[in-house]
Design a protein around this ligand. Structure first.
Ligand code: PEP
Length: 255
């Protein structure tokens, strides 16, 4: 992945049926190619797992990347309901979201499981997209910076990452996700600097990999450039505004 290229990752969550996902993927591919945006912005799309192989077929041979919303940190075994990160790699996946706040909140993802997943994803040469962010209550308690620092450090402690590998950190304040209320750019800049320092601290004396910090939380075509114009922000993770191909392309054009 290129150092200075911005990246936009679409998280389709559990919002589209396989037929809808396939249609949106086909529409998006046409519009993305026509707009000639690939030199400026890399795009990855994370469909749900039932739509995943169909969307993979649509994007095969194109310059649109496939991402997964989750994955498990073992190659094979008795892990009912899980999908291995190794299998994802085999089926053309490039990026994997790890520790999204909805997984932490509704599916009891812990710092330990997140750390295992990051480690295993890197072993498979997948690009982990570590999702972090404080809740509204953390913020009201004045704990935002501490929570973010701890999430970075717990996710990455002891991780073996090569300088040639890439790590993406998606900073997504939980209160901003799906709420229509995005973080102010000045505060984002401050928080991104804390994230970067926490990362340098936890990776200690290792040679740093390519790290990109992206923002997520109520990003739309009106506000995206206020985040991506910040030098420290390399792109965005988009939920709601990525579900319709035409609207999603309009958003990417604003970068
Ligand atoms: C998300 O859930 O990762 C997200 C950023 O959602 P939204 O864009 O809808 O706030």
């Amino acid at each position: 992945m290129e150092k200075n290229k911005k990246i936009v990752i679409a998280n389709w969550k559990m919002q589209l049926s396989p037929a809808e996902a396939s249609l949106q993927a086909k529409n998006f591919k046409k519009l993305y190619n026509k707009a000639g945006l690939e030199k400026k912005v890399e795009v990855a799309i994370a469909p749900d797992f039932l739509s995943y192989l169909e969307v993979a077929k649509v994007f095969a041979g194109s310059n649109i990347f496939l991402a997964a919303q989750n994955g498990y940190s073992e190659t094979k075994g008795a892990f009912t309901g899980e999908i291995s990160l190794a299998t994802l790699k085999e089926t053309g996946c490039t990026y994997v979201l790890i520790g999204h706040s909805e997984r932490r909140q509704f599916f009891a993802e812990t710092d330990e499981s997140i750390n295992n997943k990051i480690s295993f994803a890197l072993q498979q040469d997948l690009i982990p997209v570590l999702c972090i962010g404080e809740t509204f209550a953390d913020r009201k308690d004045g704990r935002k910076d501490v929570v973010v620092m701890q999430q970075v450090q717990n996710a990455l402690r002891g991780i073996d990452i090569k300088p040639s590998q890439t790590l993406i950190i998606a900073y997504e304040p939980v209160w901003a996700i799906g709420s229509g209320q995005a973080m102010q750019p000045a505060e984002l800049k401050h928080t991104a600097m804390i994230i970067r320092q926490s990362l340098i601290d936890v990776l200690e004396d290792k040679d740093l990999p390519l790290v990109k910090i992206i923002y997520g939380g109520s990003v739309n075509s009106e506000n995206i450039s206020s985040f991506t114009d910040l030098d420290i922000i390399s792109g965005a993770l988009i939920g709601g505004a990525s579900l319709e191909a035409e609207k999603f392309i309009d958003l990417i054009k604003q970068i």
